[in-house]
Design a protein around this ligand. Structure first.
Ligand code: GAP
Length: 513
């Protein structure tokens, strides 16, 4: 399936099976705002729990908090967001469409990379086993020319961003001959800076109201609580504070479904460390976070690191874990070495000391911070899109299966009576009653069993359990596995252990070891 088609299928499947709906759909929706439906809310919760278990509960030195979305407005002055949380935007005068100038250039560069990869793939096919990829890349004229162009674009893009050279930005777009994907024209406006924070007001009357922002990241709720948590939790460096919660950004280009939203959820952890040790912790968290992703079995080839050329105002090193979404490799998680920027800024703006007394060193210092920050919605999209497959079956039919990692699946098992009579529904309902203490389970008696299996395959349910007439004789049922479609006869009393063995968080997180 072509990538575009695959992505359309992902979006329509998410709606059809009760995972994601457009927000306020009956009023024609709200751009880049989505609601999680009955299955989506469960999947999202399971991803959040999987992260929380790995990051908070499995680490003796990491604790979790839940800070408010509203924060004192000075927070955002101190953090740099009021002055520097901007995106460069550009409009096409013919289509009236608005774009992020940096994204236009990055997409152009990505297309060149795709051409290089195509050349390499073609040569590989032609030369077979004799093909030496690194030699080809370093000698082939086309590849070298394209690589040179990519490098030049990177250098100029970094320069215009670092120097906030908006004229230079426009010139780069013109020089590269980038056209509007909608109108096909090069009729561009100047590039302008646009602050992404949403403003709101706190207070009962217009005169006394205070201007606030909806938080654009959860991280600042952690920084302002650093000392409270350190003291009340008697935390010793190195230690981490984690939280999950909503963040809001007035994104200029909000496309690609739940990939880039205006209201989204982050799962962030700030790890407070001794200054000078940031390099070693940066490497540690890069490796640890990648292991967490890989533990879910979405395919090792679907991840890559992208080290930042342009660093955010607070960072001395940064990398993205990129995932192979249906529209290509894009950022899924950021790992940032944030130095002591945030704590120092909050010290300055609040006038309160935010330091740590190191008993071993017998000295006070402002800790450095290593941050891991992942978008929950993006993780949802990574898991969901990767899991959706169309399978050719032996009898020349196809089935749609949502091969969600069992630990994340919204419903762990569906229980069916083979027919709606002879007492089979009562036995099936009793199984549901017993299993629901441990798992989210679902009862279904409508349609033929084959159809019910297909519905649960498309819904991502790892197990289907069927009660038939033999069950009344010997207390056994058929358990069917979603991915292999293998069916086994098992005792009702063993169901809990069989399901647990495959859906248990421990079973999955142990893969990180
Ligand atoms: N505290 C650091 C921070 O917020 P970021 O790279 O701007 O860093 C971190 O965001 C993660 O949040 C991203 O890797 C992405 O997964 C997610 N994210 C950012 N903007 C988003 C948006 N508009 N919609 C969905 N997820 C978003």
């Amino acid at each position: 399936m072509a990538n575009d088609d695959k992505f359309k299928k992902v979006i329509s499947h998410a709606k059809e099976y009760g995972y994601v709906f457009q927000s306020s759909e009956i009023y024609d929706g709200l751009s880049a705002v989505y609601d999680y439906a009955q299955n989506g809310a469960e999947l999202k919760k399971n991803i959040r729990d999987y992260w929380w278990k790995a990051m908070v509960q499995m680490h003796d030195n990491i604790v979790g908090i839940d800070a408010a979305i509203f924060m004192h407005p000075t927070t955002w002055k101190a953090s740099g967001h009021v002055d520097a949380f901007n995106d460069p935007l550009i409009d096409n005068k013919d289509s009236k469409k608005r774009y992020r100038a940096d994204v236009l250039v990055e997409d152009f560069r990505e297309k060149i990379l795709q051409k290089i990869n195509k050349d390499v793939a073609k040569a590989k096919k032609r030369f077979g086993d004799a093909f030496n990829e690194s030699e080809f890349r370093s000698t082939n004229g086309n590849v070298l020319r394209r690589q040179k162009q990519m490098d030049e674009i990177t250098v100029e893009l970094t320069r215009v961003q670092e120097e906030s050279d908006l004229e230079g930005f426009k010139q780069l777009i013109l020089d590269l001959g980038i056209v509007c994907p909608v109108s096909g024209s090069k009729n561009w406006t100047d590039v302008k800076q646009f602050n992404l924070m949403f403003g709101t007001k706190l207070g009962a009357s217009a005169e006394s109201a205070m201007d606030l922002y909806l938080r654009p990241e959860t991280a600042q709720g952690i920084f302002v609580n650093f000392l409270n948590v350190q003291k009340t939790g008697r935390m010793k460096i190195p230690f981490g504070i984690a939280q999950t919660g909503k963040a809001f950004r007035n994104e200029i280009v909000a496309r690609q479904f739940i990939f880039r939203m205006r209201e989204f959820e982050q799962m962030e952890m700030q790890f407070f460390i001794k200054p000078g040790t940031q390099k070693e912790w940066f490497d540690y968290w890069k490796e640890t976070r990648l292991k967490w992703h890989k533990s879910l079995g979405l395919g090792e080839e679907n991840y890559r690191f992208h080290d930042h050329e342009k660093l955010a105002h607070y960072a001395d090193a940064a990398t993205d874990i990129e995932f192979n979404f249906p529209f290509g490799f894009k950022e899924l998680e950021g790992i940032h070495s944030r130095t002591d920027f945030d704590l120092k800024q909050h010290e300055e703006f609040s006038g309160k000391k935010l330091q740590y007394f190191d008993h071993e060193e017998k000295a006070n210092y402002t800790p450095y911070v290593l941050e891991t920050s992942i978008g929950l919605d993006r993780m949802f999209l990574a898991v969901f899109s990767n899991s959706l497959v169309e399978e050719e079956l032996e009898n020349n039919t196809t089935r749609t299966v949502l091969k969600l990692p069992a630990v994340l699946a919204p419903t762990k098992a569906a229980v069916f009576p083979l027919v709606k009579k002879d007492g089979l529904p009562d036995v099936a309902k009793q199984i549901v009653e017993d299993l629901k203490w441990d798992f989210n389970v679902f009862y279904d008696e409508k349609d033929a069993v084959g159809k019910r299996y297909r519905r649960q395959d498309a819904n991502g349910t790892p197990f289907c359990i069927t009660v038939d007439h033999d069950t009344l004789e010997d207390n056994t049922v058929t358990i069917r596995h979603r991915d292999t479609m293998e069916q086994k006869r098992v005792k009702i009393e063993d169901l809990k252990d069989i399901i647990k063995a495959e859906v248990d968080v421990k079973h999955w997180l142990m893969r990180m070891k």
